[in-house]
Design a protein around this ligand. Structure first.
Ligand SMILES: NC(=O)c1ccc[n+]([C@@H]2O[C@H](COP(=O)([O-])OP(=O)(O)OC[C@H]3O[C@@H](n4cnc5c(N)ncnc54)[C@H](O)[C@@H]3O)[C@@H](O)[C@H]2O)c1
Length: 343
């Protein structure tokens, strides 16, 4: 690979331009091509980045032998076909989340990347978020004590999609965050949801995931909600924390609160073995976090993996596991919330 890594970006709607911006700022990369079906999107990007070549046909990018790596930021239903074409043309790949719309296609992509000896990374942006990494560090170091439960709320009014439901659109973030933080996958899941706006496409979904060590996790995703909320709460036996992704200056609050058990020696209790549950109120700490745009860290990591031949943090297998969990949730959703094994 020569000094600069030549990159093609397929899909320049809402999210793709963020890749163009980030890779354009990196000295090790050159954004050579962008592709979109919509000529207005192409004209818009061309205005901002005149040196970039544009095309409506992404095959032009993957047939260009000077392109080393491709980013796929098209709608989820298209990921599999485009990613497969890229791998067959020996391109390294960064595919947006979720890797595909089913486990079978996602496993095929992982196997293909392995056969072709190409890097396959999935855009699980939150695994590169400094606040998520701080949350993981606090939980792993035992600051929260025994972790009881976690839950996330990811709601807003729009943006609406029609290729996938709110589960497949939004929950890949939460599943990747929880599995990354807890370093395990859920064993069982159950989910309820409803589609009000488009037939057969759920706008709101409530999920419960059962992780090892009796940790229960909740996820609420919705694109039909008056408030934009991006919040995760983690509750442990010693402390509790809240991560608010919308608060860019102090995203994590660590609450020194909890409920402790004290032996109760009062005479009206039957024996000294009785316990009282006592609520403990303490200070709130705001851990210092050096914030940086998570997508910038993700892009840098991708380049670093290509240069050093390293496996990405959110590699194809990690992406595949997220799809496995999504499939189990989808089965439960279609079966009125009945518990499903993640298998
Ligand atoms: N990691 C994150 O935080 C994050 C955030 C937003 C979106 N995403 C993901 O990024 C992907 C794109 O989302 P979006 O919000 O940008 O969608 P979008 O609909 O705004 O943009 C998708 C673009 O892809 C183009 N496109 C479709 N098929 C194409 C093809 N065959 N060739 C070239 N271009 C094609 C469309 O014309 C459109 O402009 C989705 O998978 C989504 O889940 C990730």
């Amino acid at each position: 690979m020569d000094k600069k890594i030549n990159i093609g970006i397929i899909g320049c709607g809402h999210w793709g331009p963020n890749y163009v911006r980030n890779f354009s700022l990196m000295p090790q990369a050159r954004v050579l091509w962008i592709s979109d079906l919509n000529p207005e999107r192409l004209a818009h990007i061309k205005k901002l980045y005149p040196a970039v070549k544009i095309t409506k046909d992404y095959r032009k990018i993957i047939r260009d032998s000077s392109v080393n790596a491709v980013v796929v930021a098209t709608p989820t239903v298209t990921h599999y076909n485009i990613a497969k074409d890229c791998l067959h043309n020996a391109k390294h790949l960064l595919v947006e989340k979720p890797l595909s719309v089913n486990f079978r296609d996602a496993s095929e992509l992982v196997a293909l990347a392995q056969n072709k000896k190409r890097t396959l990374m999935v855009g699980h942006t939150f695994e590169y978020n400094p606040a998520v990494n701080k949350m993981k560090e606090l939980i792993k170091s035992g600051k929260l004590g025994k972790v009881y439960y976690l839950y996330s709320t990811r709601t807003n009014l729009g943006p609406l999609r029609s290729d996938v439901n709110a589960l497949w659109d939004l929950a890949p973030h939460d599943i990747s965050i929880f599995s990354y933080i807890l370093e395990s996958l859920p064993l069982r899941v159950s989910a309820h949801g409803a589609g009000f706006l488009q037939k057969g496409i759920e706008d709101i979904v409530f999920v419960t995931l059962y992780y090892p060590r009796n940790i229960i996790v909740g996820i609420h995703v919705s694109w039909l909600n008056p408030h934009k909320v991006r919040q995760i709460t983690a509750v442990g036996s010693k402390r509790m924390l809240v991560f608010d992704d919308i608060n860019s200056t102090s995203p994590i609050c660590l609450y020194n609160k909890g409920v402790i058990r004290k032996p109760c020696l009062l005479p009206y209790y039957n024996s000294f073995r009785e316990f009282k549950l006592i609520i403990q109120e303490g200070k709130v700490a705001i851990p210092k976090i050096k914030m940086e745009e998570p997508l910038q860290i993700e892009c840098r990591h991708f380049l670093d993996c290509l240069i050093r031949g390293k496996e990405p943090q959110s590699n194809g297998r990690v992406g595949l596991e997220v799809v496995r969990v999504l499939e189990a949730i989808q089965r439960s959703l279609k079966d009125n919330g009945r518990m499903k094994e993640v298998c």
